[in-house]
Design a binder for this molecule. Structure first.
Ligand SMILES: C[S@@+](CC[C@H](N)C(=O)[O-])C[C@H]1O[C@@H](n2cnc3c(N)ncnc32)[C@H](O)[C@@H]1O
Length: 405
């Protein structure tokens, strides 16, 4: 496995999360926690604890306004034994020497402009947005990136700026050092390769990918409406044993990576890639299961998912959605203690998810009736909490079993 399993939490709640995780026996005590970018902290957790990790309960225990997500950290978390010999220290030392050789002296301002976190994809380190912004670095020219790569133990370097709003969710990544842009990411025994300047790796979906890997889809035809580079398509094929997956994707860059990944994982003979807008998909009456992995909402894909389900036997839809709970009206709530507030917050969130799921089930039932002319029933099998984006904004997956009546 590549990287360290971590819980990313806000800095202000980090100590409370740490205490809760430690009390549950989930914290990896051999590793130090790591300060991440944007005022977040990474807490190392034990892989063996993952199946029991209940994020909604954890956030409720910590604070009503807390949020957390499980990530594979590619940044090296320092071993407690090796304290003091961090790559950060090494980088700082190398850059200090380089600057001094150019007649410049080291300052606190320069130290503050070093990367606080980064993603590691094999021999490539992907730096975040908020580092090396001071004009003085330019003086070092290309020597800077050679030194940074050495300090971080990498051969190639790239820098991320922001996510484009072009519908393809592409990261704005520029190569700083290195010959080519392709990286390889290992996750749960699956190899994902992609061009780091053209596609992004959705690390935040790790829990859902593991859940999908645990499904038994033998004998099933699955359609993945938003396949990307194969985040869910690959677990369906490699671990869940699906007979065939139809993978829909409109970004040519993602399709290129997806096709490579199908071959690299030895499953290309069980997958058909449909390049283009999934709303134009010609398939129908085919699927035992449809994955609708798009947030904030996959609603645009609901009509096509209904067309895809097998008319005689139906199947299961996995519908992703960001659901927002209304903020409690403080004035309307009588004075109650923190713990009571947390429990009622958790209950309120679950009620909002249930209401969204009930409404979705009704809407899917009528879409199915409109599509097929027959009556259907939709049964809510499960509501999965994937991650919290912000206080009161939760990424949810609804498993909806749809059968003709
Ligand atoms: C954020 S990725 C999701 C990938 C994966 N399901 C995940 O959650 O990590 C969404 C993918 O859907 C693709 N996409 C969005 N709308 C689409 C559409 N109408 N037809 C085909 N692909 C689409 C995007 O290009 C992107 O690669």
């Amino acid at each position: 496995m590549d990287g360290v399993l971590c819980l990313r939490v806000s800095q202000s709640h980090a100590q409370k999360f740490r205490k809760c995780l430690q009390a549950e026996g989930a914290l990896d005590l051999s590793l130090c926690l790591l300060k991440d970018s944007d005022d977040t902290v990474l807490l190392p957790i034990l892989t063996s604890y993952l199946p029991q990790l209940d994020l909604p309960s954890l956030t409720t225990m910590v604070a009503l306004d807390s949020a957390c997500e499980v990530v594979w950290s590619q940044s090296p978390l320092q071993s407690k034994k090796g304290r003091g010999r961090t790559s950060g220290n090494k980088l700082e030392k190398i850059l200090q020497e380089l600057l001094e050789s150019h007649g410049e002296s080291w300052t606190e301002e320069l130290r503050g402009d070093l990367p606080r976190s980064f993603q590691r994809h094999g021999d490539l380190v992907l730096l975040g947005d908020h580092c090396f912004s001071l004009p003085l670095w330019k003086k070092l020219d290309q020597q800077l990136w050679g030194a940074v790569a050495k300090g971080l133990g990498a051969k190639r370097l790239a820098k991320m700026s922001r996510i484009c709003r072009d519908g393809f969710r592409s990261p704005m990544v520029t190569m700083l050092l290195g010959e080519h842009n392709w990286v390889k990411h290992m996750d749960n025994g699956i190899s994902y390769e992609f061009d780091v300047t053209k596609c992004m790796f959705s690390a935040g979906n790790i829990m859902e990918k593991l859940r999908v890997a645990g499904f038994d889809c033998r004998g099933e035809i699955v359609v993945d409406l938003y396949a990307g580079i194969g985040y869910f398509t690959l677990p369906y094929l490699v671990h869940a044993g699906a007979s065939h997956v139809h993978a829909c994707e409109w970004s040519p860059d993602a399709v290129e990576a997806l096709q490579k990944n199908l071959v690299a994982n030895g499953v290309s003979d069980r997958c058909t890639v449909h390049q283009g807008d999934n709303r134009q998909l010609q398939l129908c009456d085919t699927a035992d299961r449809v994955n609708l992995g798009l947030i904030p909402s996959s609603e645009d894909g609901w009509p096509v998912a209904c067309r895809l389900l097998k008319r005689t036997s139906g199947g299961i839809l996995h519908i992703h959605q960001n659901v927002t709970s209304p903020l409690p009206n403080a004035a309307a709530i009588p004075a109650i203690d923190d713990a009571t507030q947390r429990i009622s917050g958790k209950k309120a969130d679950r009620e909002v998810w249930q209401a969204w799921a009930d409404d979705t089930a009704n809407r899917i039932t009528s879409l199915l009736k409109d599509t097929t002319g027959a009556a259907w029933t939709a049964n809510i099998q499960h509501i999965e909490h994937v991650k919290s984006y912000a206080p009161h904004v939760h990424h949810i997956v609804l498993d909806l079993e749809c059968r003709p009546s």
